[in-house]
Structure formats: C-alpha cells, structure tokens
Design a protein around this ligand. Structure first.
Ligand code: AKG
Ligand code: FE2
Length: 475
C-alpha cells in the first residue's frame, strides 16, 4: 500500500476540479509545518493528508476527502496572505492523480530525503559524511581483505564477530582493535552534532556489508544485549532506501505524527505498524539512537529500482555499508538508560507441541530463569533469551499479541506470557487491554508467578500472565 502520487497541475491554472490541492510557497522549508497546514485547510473540510509535492520542501499537496472542500479552500486561500501560515501568500492549483510510473514497485511508501522529514526520534542522517576520495580508500581497504559469503551478500567483521544464528556477538572473542583505515570515519563521528566526544572511543565492533544490486536486508532491531547505545551506518558505493517499522503495541500505535506515516492494517494477522522510508545516498552517515534504535525495526527492501520523490533511482552498483556499534554488556535498568526506549516486549513461552512432560518442565525452568533475569534488571538479556533463538518466531516477526496468544492456546496446553511495557512509550496499556486479546473461553489468572512478581514490583509495567486452557475446551 502506498500513497497516491500527485502530479503538478497541468497547463495554465490547474483548473480541473479535484479534491487535491497543489499549494506552492508553503511547507517545512519555509517554516510552515504539515500540521499547521492541515489545521488551516482543515477549516474547509476533512483533510486526508498533507504531502510533500516535491523535494523542495516549499510545495505541498493537500488532499481533501471531498472536492467541495478543496474548492472552498482554493477560493478562500489562493493568492492571499495567510496569517495562520506566517503571513505567506499561497499559490494554489488543483492537483491531479498521476498514473503510477512504469516500473514502480507497488508496495511503496513515500521516501524522505532528510531525517527531519522522516521524523523518527533518535534518527539522524548526515549527507556527504566522507569525501569521494575517502570513500574510494575505504572501499579499496575492504576489497583487499577477505569477504565472508552469506546467502545473498558478503560481510566482514571487525572487533567482534557477529554470529547470524544467535544474532549476537561472543564478548569473549575479541578480534582486536578496529582497523586503522576507519580512523578518518571515527574522527568525523566525534564531530557528529550533539554527540558526546567520547562516543567514538567506545565503538568497537564494525560490520561491513556488501549488497549486490537489488539485495536488501530483512526487518530487525539490532540485538539489545549485544550492542549498547548508538549505531552508526555509513553508506558507500551505491544508494538504497532504508525503511522503518514501528509495530502496534498492545494494539496501540503511537500517534501518526507525520505525513509520511503509513499505518498498515493487515486484517489477516491483525498486525499494524507505522512505516517510513528514507533515502541513503552514498557517503551518507545514518545514526540510530534512542527510539529509532530500540523501538523501530529497520530494513532494506529488496528493490532494483526505488522511487524517491518523483525520480526513479536504479540500484545499479553494489552498496557497501560500514556499521559501527558498541559491543556491550547487558544494559542494566535505571531511569536514565536505554531501557526507557524499550519497545513493547511480548515474551511468549510455550510448552512444546509434543506435550511431553519433560519439555514442559524445561519451559518452566526457562521461564523461571527469565523471571530471575528480569528481577535482576537484566531486561535486555531476558528479552534476547526468549526472542532468539528459542522462540517460534524470530526477531524479524515481532510478537503479535492476539495472534500469538490464540496460536499458542490452540495448540498447547499452557502458555505463559510475560508482557513488558515501557511506560513512557505506551503508558495507556494496562491489564484490561491485554485481557481483550484472550478469547473469552479461556480463563487466565495472575496468581502464581505474577503474584511473586507483584510482591517485587520493580517495573510496574511488567506483567506475567499464566494462561491456562480450560478443561474440556473444544476447538
Ligand atoms: O547496511 C546497513 O546500512 C544496515 C546494516 C544493519 O542494519 C545491520 O548490520 O544490522
Ligand atoms: Fe541493523
């Protein structure tokens, strides 16, 4: 699902009626926010969305539900200074839907060119972070070294080897300092706006990825316990689109705050998520921190051609990325640290399908281990323990509460759920909301382990439910 593409008005005047208005002299580049535009135009009828008309940042398309509203707005606002929009004179024409350009991928999302436009807290993008010469030198340096072949791309690891099975690094296997050819990049990282100068010193793991044209990367959040804090990714050689997803948490999504948001609703899985995309040109540096690093999945769609604004960008050459991270011990919870940005974690424990008593006791043992980790504040480690590699779904498929609970309950005797919320992200979700996900034919109680937890209230936002199948329940 993508947004409709709007064309510039054709010919003189753009007089063909339409519910979409092409508004010039208006947009973030001239200090007018999309929200302010939506409010002003909203006075004339329901506004479906305000979109960037092009990359200028000073031309937008306001899309109304009804043509009559567009007409009224045009009549009232065209050619006049608008006090609510900084006194700017707006130039308005009707905009028409443009047919999908040839070769466009159906499943697209508007692609932002800047972090500001993308509007994900904690995400920064600096263009031309390294020069063409530095780019050449970095590429030459890695090309002189051995690549490791994965199924579709090649990688090199420095500092610590990244293991793709566990999605983790072995902290005991230190491969040595990062190579000297990345020193110029480190120097620049230390000048990253707003960054503590010490930050570059602690980056001790580098993964170099080489993607052939058209090859992408599946959605993931970099393993919590493996890497602490900031993630820097330098793009070299070819461009790509990086997309981001923020999944519905307990059925709630953060308020869509940008016109680039797409809320995907998939009735089959009842999952929904916000989706945004940014263009990463060669030599740009992306920084993921805070919410961008912990709450949003990132991935690179497998496209040979990307639509960026109105241009078709062919991924004609390989893309090589240098991703710098800090291998870290598990983060301990305190009110200041990254746990604040912890995404909703749904940890689902299941007895095995074999209904084997031993399996069941194994799962109970694991559950207890994990509860102990939680009680010791080792939250990220607890999350990793469950989500990889034991869980039946991978980290790429974050838990969908409703579906997973039902799936577990249909096939298993017992399921345990540990539900954790980061209170400052989704303070609204409480137990009553959770119970809504359970079929009414199931009873669940909060006794046993949850009582134990409640007696040790550390995170008022972590709840353990023991979900029991009712005796005699038939499917
Ligand atoms: O290629 C990139 O820029 C991203 C790589 C990445 O997300 C990762 O290695 O975890
Ligand atoms: Fe990543």
């Amino acid at each position: 699902m993508g947004l409709p593409r709007f064309g510039r008005p054709k010919g003189e005047g753009g007089s063909q009626l339409s519910p979409n208005l092409y508004v010039a002299n208006c947009g973030p580049a001239v200090g007018v926010s999309y929200e302010a535009i939506a409010v002003v135009f909203g006075a004339f009828g329901d506004v479906k969305g305000v979109y960037a008309a092009d990359e200028s940042g000073s031309r937008v398309v306001v899309s109304f539900v009804e043509e009559g509203s567009a007409q009224a707005a045009m009549k009232a606002l065209d050619g006049r200074p608008c006090l609510d929009l900084g006194g700017r004179s707006l130039h308005i024409r009707y905009s028409v839907l443009r047919p999908t350009p040839l070769g466009q991928i159906n499943d697209t999302v508007p692609v932002s060119l800047t972090a500001l436009e993308l509007n994900i807290p904690g995400l920064y993008l600096l263009h031309d972070f390294v020069s063409c010469k530095e780019e050449e030198e970095l590429l030459a340096a890695v090309d002189e070294r051995p690549w490791k072949n994965l199924s579709k791309r090649r990688v090199q690891h420095y500092g610590y080897e990244f293991c793709y099975d566990t999605r983790n690094v072995d902290p005991k296997q230190h491969l040595g300092e990062l190579p000297s050819f990345v020193s110029p990049v480190f120097e620049k990282i230390s000048m990253f706006p707003g960054l503590d100068n010490a930050a570059n010193k602690v980056l001790n793991q580098l993964t170099v990825n080489e993607y052939p044209p058209g090859v992408g990367l599946s959605p993931h959040i970099d393993t919590h316990s493996a890497f602490e804090g900031l993630i820097f990714s330098l793009s070299l050689a070819g461009p790509c689109i990086m997309e981001f997803r923020r999944y519905a948490e307990g059925g709630l999504l953060p308020k869509a705050s940008s016109s680039t948001d797409i809320k995907i609703e998939n009735p089959e899985t009842t999952s929904n998520f916000l989706r945004r995309a940014i263009y990463l040109p060669p030599r740009s540096m992306l920084l993921l921190s805070g919410e961008a690093r912990y709450a949003w999945h990132h991935y690179i769609p497998h496209h040979k051609i990307d639509m960026v604004k109105d241009s078709m960008i062919r991924r004609s050459s390989r893309r090589v990325s240098f991703t710098f991270r800090k291998q870290g011990k598990d983060v301990k919870y305190n009110s200041e640290n990254t746990f604040q940005f912890w995404q909703l974690q749904v940890l689902l424990f299941r007895t095995s399908r074999s209904k084997n008593k031993e399996d069941e006791s194994l799962w109970l043992k694991r559950l207890n281990q994990i509860i102990n980790l939680i009680l010791k504040f080792r939250v990220n480690l607890a999350v990793d323990r469950v989500l990889a590699p034991h869980a039946t779904y991978s980290r790429e498929q974050p838990a969908k509460i409703g579906v997973d609970v039902r799936m577990a309950l249909n096939s298993e005797k017992i399921a345990f759920l540990v539900l954790g919320y980061c209170s400052n992200i989704i303070p609204q979700v409480r137990l009553p909301d959770l119970s809504a996900f359970l079929p009414c034919s199931w009873r669940f109680n909060l006794k046993d382990l949850s009582e134990q937890l409640h007696a040790n209230v550390i995170f008022p936002n972590i709840v353990i439910l023991k979900v029991k199948k009712r005796v005699g329940f038939s499917k």
